[in-house]
Design a protein around this ligand. Structure first.
Ligand code: IPE
Ligand code: IPE
Ligand code: MG
Length: 253
């Protein structure tokens, strides 16, 4: 595909998007690792490894673009049902990433948090994640949230259970329940909702990601497979977002 902006360098695009005011929160469904590998006659795990480099790239790009929150969908609840060798390779990569990158992330002022069902992770994966979170906890430039073993239906169901327990205990009346009560019980805590959702690999679906929080996100789908996603792609997605008319159900002014 020819890029009409091929002659424009990244710094020029960056200064344009900084002048427009970047989105506070960008969420990404990082998809297409398997197809990237297949196109090259490689095993799927090689696609996941290449995807790890794209994670590094997009984190740097988000920091440059002054995005405050970057949420990356790394592994879904449904992904547990993939073949055991692929799940094993993904978990090994996660541990490798957590160990190899934590010092550099900390130096760059990037705070990493992980959300999802940790109980399903191995003890070594849980430990690697805990160390990654602890090492980077002092960061304040960019918050990176990694969704691992995550599914939005499970998250919302758990929030409903928590509300039901409070009602049963008499500390909350069903008639007083507001959206904010549910919001507060989601794994995403007090982060602002995503402004922009990017999905790579040309798939037009949400795949059980942040169903509640994406209510008013702008959606950007690119054909680019995740391992090929660069900071330039991120900047283009943000520029596209900046051209949108976010109406939130109102009328344009
Ligand atoms: C995304 O790439 C990574 C994960 C879901 C863990 P895929 O592995 O889904 O790649 P495709 O969609 O098969 O190409
Ligand atoms: C979504 O991708 C999950 C992640 C990117 C981690 P999938 O490849 O699992 O989603 P589907 O199967 O295309 O819906
Ligand atoms: Mg996929």
């Amino acid at each position: 595909m020819t890029n009409p902006d091929a002659a424009v360098d990244n710094s020029e695009i960056l200064s344009r998007l900084l002048a427009n005011g970047p989105p506070t929160h960008v969420a990404v469904i990082m998809d297409g690792n398997g197809r990237w590998a297949r196109e090259r006659g490689l095993p799927r795990r090689r696609g996941h490894r290449a995807g790890m480099s794209a994670v590094r790239e997009v984190i740097k790009g988000a920091a440059e673009a002054e995005v405050r929150h970057l949420t990356l969908y790394a592994f879904s609840n449904e992904n547990w049902d993939r073949p055991a060798d692929e799940v094993g390779a993904l978990m090994a990569l996660l541990e490798e990433y957590a160990q190899s990158d934590r010092d550099e992330l900390a130096r760059a002022g990037i705070r990493v948090t992980v959300f999802g069902d940790r109980e399903r992770l191995s003890a070594t994966a849980r430990r690697a994640i805990a160390e990654l979170e602890a090492s980077t906890s002092g960061g304040g430039a960019l918050d990176v949230h990694l969704a691992i073993s995550y599914g939005a239906r499970g998250e919302i169901t758990e929030a409903c259970r928590s509300l039901a327990r409070d009602c049963a205990a008499g500390v909350l009346s069903p008639d007083d329940i507001e959206p904010g009560h549910l919001d507060a019980r989601l794994m995403t805590g007090d982060w602002p909702d995503p402004d922009l959702l990017i999905r790579t690999s040309g798939e037009y679906r949400i795949s059980n990601f942040l169903l509640w929080q994406l209510a008013y996100a702008e959606i950007y789908v690119t054909e680019v497979l995740w391992p090929d996603f660069t900071r330039r792609e991120l900047f283009h997605a943000i520029l596209d977002y900046q051209g949108r008319d976010r109406r939130f159900g109102l009328v344009s002014t």
